[in-house]
Structures are given as C-alpha cells and as structure tokens.
Unconditional design. Structure first.
Length: 388
C-alpha cells in the first residue's frame, strides 16, 4: 500500500477515534480540479521552453480535522491537522516528486479565548499571509487557489505579489480578538537547522500584521522579516546580518450591489552578499462583480517593478506583469464551476511563475521548480470545486 493511501486511512481512523471522545470535532476539506492548456515560451538566452500542453491540475485540494476542548472561564484548547492532496489526479505525487503526506498544511495545537485571542504552535501560515494575505477576505486575489492565483511563494518559485507569504515550520503565532474593528497578528519561526554556532547564522523569521474593517472597507498592513538569508528573493544561503524584508499595504471596498475593488502594494528589500541592499516594489489592482446571485466576474493586473542594484543585467530586466480574468458560477452553496485565463510576462532576468500550478520546464526531487528567465507563461482552463 503506498504512503498516500496509508495517510488517508490513518486520517479516517483519527476521525473515528476523536468523534468517539469529543463533540466539537470537524472533518472538512476541499476538492478542486481543472482542465487546462499551459505553456512557457520566449525564454531569454535560449532557455528551456514548454509549448502549449493540455493538463489536469489539482487546485489546492485538501482535507483536515480540527477540534477544541472547553476549559475554564471561556478558554479553549484548539488543534488542527490539515493535509494537501498533492496532485490527486495523478495518484498523489507532484510533477517534481512530492507525495501526499499528513500535516503538509496548517497543523497546530494551542489555546483560544474570546477576550484575549489565539496562540498556537506548529506548522502554520505566517501573519503576513493569515491576516492580510491571499487566504483572507480582502478579495483581491480574484482566482485564488487556481493556476491563476498570483500571491505567495514556495520552493524554487515566487509569485508576482505578496511574496512574503509562507507557511512557517517550527513556529508560534498570536492573533488578537477584534477590538473596535482592529485586529493584529504576530508570528515567529525558529531556526532549527543551524549546525555551526561559530558561523553566527540564525535564519529565524518573524512577522507582524494588522487589519481594520469598517463596513465594506478593509485595510491591511504586514511586515515579514527573514533573518540571515543573504541573496535575492529566494536564496537559501545564509550569512550573518544579511536579511530579507517585505512590507505590504492592501485595501478593498465591497459595495452593496456586489461590486468589489481593491489594490495592494508590496516592497521587498534584499541584503545581497556582494552588492549591498537591493529593493523591488510590486503592486496589484483587482475588481470583481457578483451577478444574479450565482455568477461572478473577476479580473486583476499586477506588476513587479525594477530591481535596484542587480548583480546581473539592468534593473528593468527584473520586471514582470500578470493579467488574470476569470468567472465563477455557483451550483450550490458548496460547489462552483470556474474558468480563467492568465498570462505572465517576465523581463530578461526574471522568472515569476504560477504559484499553485507552475509551468515546469525541468524537474528534480529537491522541490526545485525551474522556469527559464524571460519566459512568457500562459494558462487557460475550466474547473470545478466543492467543499465539505
């Protein structure tokens, strides 16, 4: 029996066991898939390309179990185990060798109180993502969780906006209650990989975020700091005192008739090993419209600007843009159909890719998703999603 099947059977056993012991246990999940045509063309310097190819993609499908235990005076013990299904359409293994396992998504244990907030430890989205990111209710990541999702980062790639988003290993997180329309969150991730104390390298990570809601208007700010991460954007090397910082400001407004408009700006600063501090600013604008209670029309335009003081090429070689247009149709409260078209145009030294379902031009089992610099990446698709 392969590991993916064992994981699912183990999840089922956990559900039965917990339901036998407690009332407040929930089994939940999302199943989503799309049929797409995707390509990567026009790479600079003769890099690898991929002609238009049909594919079936898992659009962030996942299953989870969560629960709580009432303690004294309104205090609760809370827990969650959540797992991604990792390309369920091809047996639970991604194009670059990752397999479906338990606890690949937000998994934690902690305490929650309506008066004082929530504190958890484990593997969880940083505050930059959980409070003011693509998974929150700002609505400006208009085709979130599909190939056209344009927020976030991961092993070997980063999207065009909200590049400070991540899921933190070995981390602790605090989220405040909402007080006078304000809410705050903080995260800290320990560096447990350091083996040479003499080097002084400490690749810990910490975040602060805040959100303000007034009627249909929402405003969010976030800061993500990655310690001793010398290099540009996705470097995994470490050097004392060389850090990466992201700063984000987003806002949206939803009108009574169902129209939503929003925008965001993000600045990244990178303490490179050889060229001092580099910086780069990106922004996104988005709009959506609900029609007749079932249809939704969505669109966004995002741009990543010049990189100051690059080690190769000119500042404008690091620009990128992305268009997203899409529509959704609600079949029920839990099930929807969707369709989208998206295109990323990269500068000669840039390789922004799709987040959840990147176009891969070479693969390995070290979680590296390769896309040649200067590529233009396109995808068009239709799909279905249902939650339980």
């Amino acid at each position: 029996m392969d590991y993916a099947k064992k994981a699912l059977l183990f999840s089922g056993a956990m559900i039965i066991a917990y339901n036998a012991q407690a009332d407040d246990v929930t089994f939940y999940g999302v199943m989503s898939a799309s049929v797409e045509s995707a390509s990567a063309t026009g790479a600079s310097n003769g890099g690898a390309t991929k002609p238009s190819q049909m594919r079936i993609e898992d659009d962030n499908s996942r299953i989870g179990i969560r629960g709580s235990d009432d303690l004294d005076n309104g205090l609760k013990a809370i827990w969650q185990v959540e797992s991604g299904l990792r390309d369920f359409a091809q047996g639970g293994t991604t194009d670059w060798g990752q397999s479906a396992t338990l606890a690949t998504r937000n998994t934690f244990i902690g305490l929650q109180d309506a008066r004082y907030g929530k504190f958890i430890v484990g593997y969880n989205d940083n505050a930059y993502k959980s409070l003011v990111g693509g998974v929150t209710d700002f609505g400006i990541n208009v085709m979130a969780s599909t190939t056209a999702d344009n927020w976030g980062s991961g092993p070997g790639y980063y999207s065009i906006f909200s590049r400070g988003e991540t899921r933190m290993k070995n981390s602790m997180h605090y989220t405040s209650p909402v007080v006078d329309s304000l809410q705050f969150a903080a995260s800290y991730g320990f560096d447990e990989s350091t083996t040479d104390s003499a080097s002084g390298v400490d690749k810990s990570r910490y975040d602060l975020a805040g959100k303000y809601v007034l009627g249909g208007w929402k405003l969010g700010v976030g800061w993500d700091h990655q310690n001793d991460t010398a290099g540009y954007a996705t470097s995994s090397s470490g050097k004392t005192g060389k850090s990466t910082n992201y700063y984000k400001l987003i806002s949206s407004y939803k009108f009574d008739e169902g129209t939503l408009i929003g925008a965001g700006i993000e600045r990244g600063t990178y303490d490179a090993t050889t060229s001092g501090t580099m910086s780069q600013t990106g922004w996104t604008v988005a709009a959506s419209q609900a029609l007749a209670g079932k249809w939704g029309l969505n669109g966004s335009y995002s741009r990543l600007g010049s990189l100051s003081h690059p080690t190769a090429g000119s500042p404008d070689d690091y620009k990128a843009t992305q268009w997203v247009v899409g529509t959704t149709y609600a079949l029920s409260r839990r099930t929807s159909l969707f369709a989208f078209y998206t295109r990323i145009t990269n500068g000669a030294e840039q390789n922004v890719n799709f987040g959840f379902n990147p176009v891969v031009t070479s693969t390995n089992e070290a979680d590296t998703v390769a896309l040649a610099d200067g590529s233009t990446v396109r995808a068009i698709g239709v799909g279905m999603t249902t939650s339980f």
